[in-house]
Design a protein around this ligand. Structure first.
Ligand code: SAM
Length: 339
């Protein structure tokens, strides 16, 4: 058993350290169970995942999509090439030495970014997600540097300042209180450490996108019905968008962006993918746009104020209106602690 814990959770967890309860007190392993100082169960080790979640929650749509998709970055060399290139652009991590860094990845999904961090030489990654996706991530990624944890970003079971790098990619707007979520993530960064934060952008370009017209319905539909409808209709919707764009140029593309529920990935995200993989990826991305309970984009100024207000200096920033927002920021040495 010690061996299994060591593989699934890394040596730190095997030694019983690295996890804390809501009060910051350490938790310790008793067999497959993490217990608090009063002997109460905080988490159990299940299928290679340290699982802190007991009940159904709002992230079930993510559990569905990540368990259903055929587009698995961790297993597909070409998908890795395009995803890693996009992540290099967003983070600039390919220009940094990540070896020896302890990283916390919050909202890991199926581990696309976990694979990226591993490929860029990260020392270790604690990959956290609230949904059942984390069980599949644990099946598709086999690397002793990763431990998989199912936990809620609003109740992270780690001591403050215990990571050198915290990655919060494409997740905070899917929580009920994005700013509070980022504040909790930021608390995990040690002074001098790095934060990668990302948010959907409350620009008129994004607010005009089709998903905001349909979400009132699609968040209520049975997930298998929506998944299968998109799967069947997707190739036709895609064909329609391509035709419109060929015929009317940017106007045609804008029309599709506003009305088509099928999200076409740009050429930089699909370069070299076979048609089946490309459609699988677009199916997952389209479902992802239409189903999360929360989708709360942020104004660029608010995003910048938030990151800086949490005690960080921004080193890299994207805030153009037709892109999502993202930032790489360094925690000031004497940054205040934020709850
Ligand atoms: C759009 S996916 C992004 C996954 C991954 N970061 C990526 O970019 O491929 C958002 C993920 O955040 C997770 N998530 C949402 N709320 C969360 C919370 N409170 N705590 C932890 N994870 C959460 C979802 O379950 C989902 O897997």
């Amino acid at each position: 058993m010690t061996q299994l814990v060591a593989r699934a959770c890394g040596p730190e967890a095997a030694q019983g350290s690295g996890f804390s309860d809501a009060d910051g007190n350490p938790l310790s392993w008793v067999g497959d169970t993490l217990v608090d100082q009063d002997g109460r169960t905080a988490a159990v080790l299940r299928d290679g995942v340290v699982d802190f979640i007991r009940s159904e929650n709002y992230s079930a749509s993510f559990g569905y999509q990540w368990n259903k998709t055929r587009a698995v970055v961790a297993r597909d060399g070409q998908m890795q090439r395009v995803h890693f290139a996009e992540m290099d652009l967003r983070t600039g991590f390919h220009e940094r030495d990540l070896s020896g860094l302890r990283c916390l990845e919050i909202g890991a999904g199926l581990g696309d970014d976990t694979s990226y961090l591993l490929a860029r030489g990260i020392g270790s990654v604690t990959a956290v997600d609230l949904s059942e996706s984390i069980f599949r991530a644990a099946r598709v990624i086999d690397d002793p540097r990763v431990r998989f944890v199912r936990a809620d970003a609003s109740r992270l079971p780690f001591p403050a300042s215990s990571f050198d790098l915290v990655v919060c990619h494409r997740m905070m707007m899917h929580t009920p209180h994005p700013a509070a979520t980022l504040a909790r993530a930021a608390r995990m960064v040690r002074p001098g450490g790095l934060l990668f934060a990302h948010s959907y952008h409350r620009s008129s370009y994004f607010l005009g996108s089709a998903k905001y017209k349909y979400r009132w319905l699609t968040t209520r539909l049975p997930r298998p019905l929506l998944w299968n409808t998109l799967r069947l209709a997707g190739p036709v919707l895609r064909w329609g968008t391509v035709r419109l764009t060929k015929q009317f140029g940017q106007k045609g593309a804008d029309f599709a962006h506003r009305w088509s529920p099928w999200v076409i990935q740009g050429p930089h995200m699909t370069a070299g993918l076979d048609r089946r993989t490309m459609l699988a990826r677009e199916l997952q991305v389209s479902f992802d746009a239409l189903t999360p309970r929360f989708d709360l984009p942020m104004y660029a100024d608010d995003f910048v104020d938030l990151v800086e207000g949490l005690g960080f200096s921004i080193e890299r920033l994207e805030r153009r209106p037709w892109f999502p927002l993202w930032a790489v920021a360094r925690k000031k040495e004497f940054a205040d602690e934020h709850a």
